[in-house]
Design a protein around this ligand. Structure first.
Ligand code: SF4
Length: 447
């Protein structure tokens, strides 16, 4: 039976509360003046939206910001899901399916547990959907859709063929007003990461080779955002925007005239290249997120296949100072719960961050399905196969070191946040940055 695609919903399901620990939630509440969560619309849904026929009415719903009307009629509903969102995604799927509305699901979680996802959805998308979605749409219209859509093994979408994401689906009131709003607009220039860390799914999902959009395409996307929303803060969601330094420089040079402000992720390799740092500052890079993971050498050992992070730990301190001396705030991300953590892990981290005026975020080591860490945790009996995906938030203790135990791990994290995000530590960091910026010329108009 032929079917129409006149009205579809693209839904990003709500995430549960930050942590199931009342003490951790209380700590975040206390520090909220200093730790502002990043609210970023799901770029994957905006991206796939551009593959629908122009006459399709798309209801783009981000459940973290607005409620979903589960009684509405759609030709089909498409859900995206990270592991944390899976319980809610399945709940939404069940409700629509009960009303005989077909469900498609994709995203990281269904990609790594397709059998599970297929119990709740009619069509499961594994990996990137840019190539499989057009095929699905044709087959759906023809009345013969398949239950599984997957890119061939080890094949990835060529980002040079990317379409501009449907930023127009974001509403102005979600961008400009209220407390529950998107404070950053996402752009993606590249996909992939060569490091293949044992706790991370990125290299498996997007490959170890860096794929890039054309610079001209990225500029078009940013101009679209500027046209729709003015000069909002942009976040490059690439896992490592600066890893291909030549590409990064060619992009940054073109960004300078656009006068944007943006955040991005990198490894500490950015600190080795003076020209790259200068260009990044000039182009408007304000904050760079760097995954340091740990300051314990044993924890970094064999974290990635070539010991990249282990071998670079000795440069951490110098890298933070070099990057910040160029007017770019370093936001370090660290993992708590490695086997080798001890009670000293917490003061070592605190002292490093205070000494180097470095902002930070701490996450509990989380064994995401599909990762080597997940396999190890399962085989070692650290997790069971009956897992509550809703706890995969990074703020719930999943794994901890036997050296300190679960309670001391939680207490250590709370102590760390309180140390790093108190009035004095925060204003010391802000004053340090102000001093640095005073010495630097203004952004964008440097020659
Ligand atoms: S943690 Fe970061 S560096 Fe490691 S594989 Fe994931 S994206 Fe790459």
């Amino acid at each position: 039976m032929k079917r129409s695609i006149k009205k579809v919903a693209l839904i990003n399901p709500a995430k549960p509360r930050r942590s199931s620990s009342a003490a951790i939630n209380a700590m975040f509440e206390k520090c909220k003046k200093f730790i502002r969560p990043w609210f970023i619309p799901p770029l994957n849904l905006l991206t796939i939206a551009s593959y629908f026929p122009p006459d399709t009415e798309i209801d783009f719903k981000n459940e973290d910001l607005s409620t979903i009307d589960l009684s509405k009629e759609y030709d089909f509903v498409a859900l995206t899901s990270m592991t944390l969102q899976a319980p809610r995604a399945y709940e939404i799927a069940r409700t629509f399916r009960h009303r005989k509305i077909p469900i498609a699901i994709g995203g990281i979680h269904p990609t790594v547990v397709p059998e599970e996802a297929s119990r709740y959805a009619d069509y499961v998308f594994l990996g990137e959907a840019e190539k499989t979605l057009p095929k699905f749409l044709d087959e759906f219209k023809a009345g013969s859709p398949k239950s599984l859509y997957q890119m061939p093994q080890d094949e990835h979408f060529d980002l040079r063929n990317a379409l501009i994401p449907r930023y127009d689906l974001l509403k102005n009131d979600q961008i400009n007003k209220g407390q529950d709003y998107f404070n950053m607009i996402p752009v993606q220039a590249t996909r992939g990461c060569p490091h293949d860390c044992s706790f991370c799914i990125v290299s498996k999902m997007h490959g170890k080779r860096i794929r890039k959009k054309e610079v001209s395409q990225i500029l078009k996307e940013i101009r679209t955002i500027q046209r729709l929303f003015g000069n909002r803060l942009i976040v490059f969601v690439d896992d490592n925007l600066f890893i291909d330094k030549q590409f990064a420089k060619s992009l940054l040079v073109e960004l300078i005239p656009l006068k944007i402000r943006f955040c991005a992720q990198s490894d500490i390799g950015i600190a080795e290249d003076e020209e790259l740092l200068q260009l990044a500052y000039r182009a408007g890079l304000q904050v760079v997120l760097i995954g340091f993971e740990s300051l314990e050498k044993e924890s970094l050992f064999k974290l990635d296949p070539v010991n990249w992070k282990y071998n670079h730990m000795k440069y951490y301190e110098g890298a933070v100072n070099t990057i910040q001396d160029h007017g770019i705030i370093v936001y370090g991300t660290f993992i708590i719960g490695f086997e080798h953590d001890t009670k000293d892990t917490f003061p070592i981290l605190r002292n490093f961050l205070i000494k180097n005026h470095c902002n930070a975020q701490f996450s509990f080591l989380t064994p995401f399905p599909g990762t080597k860490l997940f396999q190890w945790a399962l085989e070692d009996g650290r997790i069971s196969s009956a897992i509550d995906w809703g706890k995969f938030s990074f703020d719930d203790i999943m794994l901890y070191s036997d050296n300190i135990g679960k309670k001391a791990t939680e207490d250590g994290l709370i102590w760390l946040y309180n140390e790093i995000y108190d009035e004095k530590a925060f204003s010391d960091r802000a004053n340090h940055l102000k001093k640095v910026l005073k010495k630097l010329p203004a952004r964008w108009n440097l020659r």
